[in-house]
Design a protein around this ligand. Structure first.
Ligand code: AMP
Ligand code: FES
Ligand code: ZN
Length: 295
């Protein structure tokens, strides 16, 4: 197969676009697509300082690489969650990326303050590891983002459609109202952006590979059996039968949401007695967890 643009040998075929591209033209296509999302959704400008949360995976490292390449003011942020056989490997990928790219990455390790990793902790407090991990990551990311204008994550279109499906199946109006490639700065939280919202998992993996980014390929061992993976599987089956389904599903929702915004019911927030972050109870979930660890 030949590249549609330069007629060289194609390296990738994108079925939903009916488009074959060589390495160079795919990279160009990919970067233009992300740049367009950033501009169309008014995510950020070159004057703003962006903190990019990186997990060591293809999406977030690819995003950090791309934003650096496009000349944005970026810093990485990595949280080591102390997951056996996984966190240290991903931290090494992150460190190596920082060394070779020259982009600074801040690193935080939960074991330093808690003496144990998230898996152990989840057993102790009897909570599913993924939900505890999500809460901890959100808290630490928001805290780290204080010094920046925006926080970017590597969520891709597959992540976003799986989340959308889950939110719709539960008719979770609060989450649906907040599902967007960009969330403005609000109530003590910095602006949050997802520049890869319209990039498929496959495109993201191809980009990282073609740009020579060394990333962790394994999934988190604690995420085995997670509902989000099940939703992704179902959406992949739909996509197989009807190419373009995922993109239409997400874009259709965002378009509808833009014209008929779901109004988020705003709970009353108070400052957490321990850390000052805004929360619905006297002491925030994160500080309550720390209290439990100490006792
Ligand atoms: P996940 O929830 O694992 O699908 O990750 C979604 C996004 O959250 C990633 O693309 C990263 O931007 C960010 N992220 C996930 N894990 C970490 C981590 N350990 N440290 C910093 N950011 C992370
Ligand atoms: Fe959080 Fe796996 S990365 S549970
Ligand atoms: Zn708190």
């Amino acid at each position: 197969m030949k590249c549609k643009i330069c007629k060289d040998k194609a390296e990738i075929y994108l079925r939903s676009y009916n488009l074959a591209l060589c390495r160079e033209d795919f990279i160009h296509f990919f970067e233009r697509k992300v740049k367009r999302s950033i501009e169309q959704w008014k995510m950020f400008t070159r004057k703003e300082k962006i903190l990019v949360a990186v997990s060591g995976g293809k999406d977030s490292l690819g995003l950090l690489h791309l934003l650096g390449k496009l000349g944005y003011d970026v810093t990485g942020y990595y949280i080591n969650l102390g997951i056996d056989g996984y966190s240290d490997v991903s931290q090494n990928k992150v460190k190596e990326f920082s060394r070779s790219s020259g982009i600074m990455i801040l690193i935080e390790d939960v074991r330093v303050s808690w003496g144990t990793g998230i898996g152990d902790l989840a057993k102790k407090v009897r909570r599913p590891p993924c939900s505890l991990c999500g809460m901890v990551k959100r808290y630490l990311m928001n805290r780290a983002a204080v010094e920046f204008d925006a926080m970017a994550t590597g969520h891709n279109q597959d992540d976003e459609t799986a989340t959308l499906l889950g939110n719709l199946l539960r008719w979770d109006k609060g989450y649906l109202a907040r599902q967007s490639p960009v969330l403005k700065e609000k109530r003590g939280l910095k602006k949050r952006v997802k520049p890869l919202s319209f990039i498929t998992e496959r495109e993201s993996a191809a980009y990282a590979l073609m740009e020579g980014i060394d990333y962790i390929m394994e999934e988190c061992p604690l995420a085995k059996g997670a509902t989000s993976l099940f939703y992704k599987g179902i959406l992949n089956q739909l996509e197989e039968k009807m190419p373009g389904t995922k993109s239409r599903f997400l874009k259709g929702f965002l378009e509808y949401q833009r014209n008929h915004p779901l109004i988020e019911e705003e709970e009353e927030l108070v400052a957490c007695k321990r850390c000052g972050s805004l929360t619905t109870s006297e002491v925030c979930n994160f500080c309550r967890l720390e209290d439990k660890i100490k006792s």
